[in-house]
Design a protein around this ligand. Structure first.
Ligand code: KIV
Length: 275
């Protein structure tokens, strides 16, 4: 757990704090958050960055992919997270279809996220083809994080969730995209499911921090989907996922005991739990 932000930063973690953390060799902790209660626990535990990921589409709404979640739904999740975050930087995923069309639409979507949720930055997926949108959003004063490697919004283009950029040509393109995104003004980059060596190389080339998920230990920081690392989603077990709890079992056990108590009549107790 990283509660230490050193002398560089005041209380709130900012995009500048993250840059300074990379420069100082301090690792950045990031986890996803979609609601007030989880965000409060994450923030108070000292997690540096809360990502309102479009993975809400999977873990909250039960969709197979991240594609269906809407801008309104992302704003709803983000506002709840913002209300809980006292210290952490809150970054919101721009959902599928809200930035790929043209840079004007991208800016309008980013403005809605910032204005209506109170979040601090947005994240969007892709390389060269989103650079114009990245520049336009940043020119309006909105910090942008990039996302390369496995980009789940393009799942139907790639067909699988396997490791990306193993081949030399794809690795070369990823390095080129990373540089383009840094030059466009991104304050950080998520690297998803790529070889650790490539992630290390990108991290060394860039000044901005890289946040890995399935990209090995050489990134400037790490992110996981909170429901996965807590063991709430028990059927998702990729190699990169370290489970820090087995909440599926804990919660299931609590629910079963509650149901049994209700059915047996032992809850609520007449003396201690009634008025
Ligand atoms: O939506 C999400 O949770 C993400 C992380 C996997 C980086 O984009």
């Amino acid at each position: 757990m990283s509660t230490q932000v050193s002398s560089i930063s005041p209380k709130r973690v900012t995009t500048h704090t993250l840059l300074a953390m990379k420069a100082e060799g301090q690792k950045i902790s990031m986890l996803t958050a979609y609601d007030f209660s989880f965000a409060k626990i994450l923030d108070e535990a000292g997690i540096d960055v809360l990502l309102v990921g479009d993975s809400a589409s999977n873990v909250v709404a039960g969709h197979e992919t991240t594609l269906p979640i809407t801008l309104d739904q992302m704003i709803y999740h983000a506002s709840a997270v913002v209300r809980a975050a006292r210290r952490a930087l809150v970054i919101v995923d721009m959902p599928f279809g809200t930035y790929q069309g043209d840079s004007k639409t991208a800016l309008q979507s980013a403005i809605r996220i910032m204005k209506e949720s109170g979040a601090h930055a947005v994240k969007l997926e892709g390389g060269e083809f989103v650079v114009e949108s990245v520049k336009r959003i940043i020119s309006a004063g909105i910090p942008v994080m990039g996302h390369l490697g496995l980009i789940p919004q393009s799942i139907y283009k790639f067909g699988t969730y396997t490791v990306r950029a193993k081949a030399e040509a794809e690795a070369g393109q990823l390095i080129k995209d990373a540089k383009l995104l840094e030059d466009a003004g991104c304050f950080g980059l998520v690297l998803e499911k790529i070889p650790a060596e490539l992630a290390g190389k990108v991290t060394n080339i860039l000044k901005i921090p890289t946040i890995g998920i399935g990209a090995g230990p050489l990134c400037s920081g790490q992110v996981l989907v909170t429901h996965d690392m807590l063991g709430i989603t028990k059927d998702f077990s990729p190699r990169f996922l370290r489970r820090y709890a087995n909440l599926y079992e804990t919660m299931s056990d609590a629910f079963k005991r509650y149901a049994a108590d209700v059915k047996s009549g032992s809850f609520p107790d007449y003396e201690k739990e009634s008025y």
